[in-house]
Design a protein around this ligand. Structure first.
Ligand code: HEC
Length: 294
C-alpha cells in the first residue's frame, strides 16, 4: 500500500473519531466583546478616578473572597496608579489588620497595617478559601487581569499585534461580571442550584439535555457579586453594575500591570528614536556612496 493511501486512511480514521465525539462545550467558546478603556492604545493611561472607584468596589465587595497579595499599600499612592495621597494610603493601610512576628516570645501578633505591608489575604490558605466557597477557589487578584484572556483565534491575533490590543483581561472580567443571566438555562434542570455564566472561561456545560443549546461558558463557583446601588459613589458616577464592572476591571488591570503608563511612554520614545535613527542611516548611506557608480 502506498504511503499516500496510508495517509488518507489515517486521516479518515481521525476525522471519523472527531465527528463521532459529542461536542458540548468545545466550539462554544464565550464571545467576549471589546470595551473602551482609557489605558488602551499607545497613549493609554489609567483614569485616576476610575481606579479609586474600582478600589472601592474591590474593597467593599470582592475583598471578602479575593486577595491582592502582591500589592502593597504604598502602591496606592504611587504615580501611574490610583494616586491616593500618602496620608490617604496610610489611613487605608491602618484600617487593615496584618499578622506580624514572631515577637521576642516567639508568638505571631496582629497589628494595624502600614504602607510597607502587602494586602492581607481574606483566607489563611487555599483549603480555607475552598471550604468557604463550596469547593471553588477565588483566585488572587494581583495578576488575574493578565492571567485571564479569551483566546482570540486566527486571524484575530495577527490583527491584535498591529492594533496593540492588550485588554483581553479587563474585557473578560467585565463580560464575566455583567453576563449572569436572570435565570439559569432550563436545560440544566431543576436540580442545578449553582450559578451559570455564559462568559466563564473555566466552565463547560456537560448536561446531556443542553447538548443542542449551544451554551457557552458554564457553571461557576461565584454567585453574581454586583448589583445596582451596591457601592456608594460620591462623585456622581452612575451606581450601576455596568459601571462597577468597568471600574473594578480597570483597577484589576492596574494591580496586574502597575507600570503600564511608563511602559507605553518608553515604547513611544523608542519608536521615535528608531524613526529618527533610520532617517539618519539613510542619509549617511547616501553620503558615503555618493561618488560610487552603482
Ligand atoms: C463570596 C465570595 C466571592 C466574592 C464576594 C467575589 N468572588 Fe469572584 N470568585 C469567587 C470564587 C469562589 C471564584 C472561583 C469560581 C470557579 O472557579 O468556579 C471566583 C472567581 C472570580 C474570577 C475568575 C473567573 C475565572 O475565569 O477563573 C473573577 C474575575 C472574579 N471572581 C471577580 C470578582 C470580582 C470583580 C468581585 C467583586 C466585584 C468578586 N469576584 C467577588 C468568589 C467570590
Amino acid at each position: 500500500m502506498s504511503t499516500m493511501i496510508k495517509m488518507v486512511r489515517s486521516f479518515a480514521a481521525v476525522a471519523a473519531v472527531a465527528i463521532a465525539t459529542p461536542v458540548f462545550a468545545a466550539g462554544n467558546a464565550p464571545h467576549i466583546e471589546r470595551e473602551q478603556w482609557s489605558f488602551s492604545g499607545p497613549f493609554g493611561f489609567y483614569d485616576r478616578g476610575q481606579l479609586q472607584r474600582g478600589f472601592k468596589v474591590y474593597r467593599e465587595v470582592c475583598a471578602s473572597c479575593h486577595g491582592l497579595k502582591q500589592v502593597s499599600f504604598r502602591n496606592l499612592a504611587e504615580d501611574g496608579g490610583p494616586s491616593f495621597t500618602e496620608d490617604q494610603a496610610k489611613q487605608i493601610a491602618s484600617e487593615y489588620t496584618v499578622i506580624d512576628g514572631p515577637n521576642d516570645d516567639g508568638d505571631m501578633y496582629e497589628r494595624p497595617g502600614i504602607l510597607a505591608d502587602k494586602f492581607p489575604s481574606p483566607f489563611p490558605n487555599e483549603q480555607a478559601a475552598r471550604a468557604s466557597n463550596g469547593g471553588a477557589y477565588p483566585p488572587d487578584f494581583s495578576l488575574l487581569a493578565k492571567a485571564r484572556a479569551a483566546h482570540r483565534g486566527f486571524p484575530w491575533f495577527v490583527f491584535d499585534a498591529f492594533t496593540q490590543y492588550q485588554e483581553q483581561g479587563p474585557d473578560y472580567i467585565y463580560a464575566l461580571l455583567t453576563s449572569y443571566p436572570e435565570e439559569n438555562p432550563a436545560c440544566l434542570g431543576e436540580d442545578f442550584t449553582g450559578n451559570y455564566n455564559p462568559a466563564f472561561l473555566g466552565g463547560s456545560v456537560t448536561a446531556e439535555a443542553c447538548a443542542h443549546e449551544h451554551l457557552t461558558g458554564g457553571p461557576i463557583g461565584m454567585a453574581a457579586p454586583l448589583s445596582d446601588e451596591l457601592v456608594e459613589y460620591t462623585d456622581g458616577t452612575p451606581m450601576t453594575v455596568d459601571q462597577y464592572a468597568h471600574d473594578v476591571a480597570a483597577f484589576m488591570m492596574w494591580a496586574a500591570e502597575p507600570h503600564l503608563e511608563e511602559r507605553k511612554k518608553i515604547g513611544f520614545r523608542v519608536m521615535i528614536f528608531l524613526i529618527v535613527f533610520a532617517g539618519m542611516l539613510y542619509f549617511t548611506k547616501k553620503k558615503l556612496w555618493r561618488n560610487v557608480e552603482h
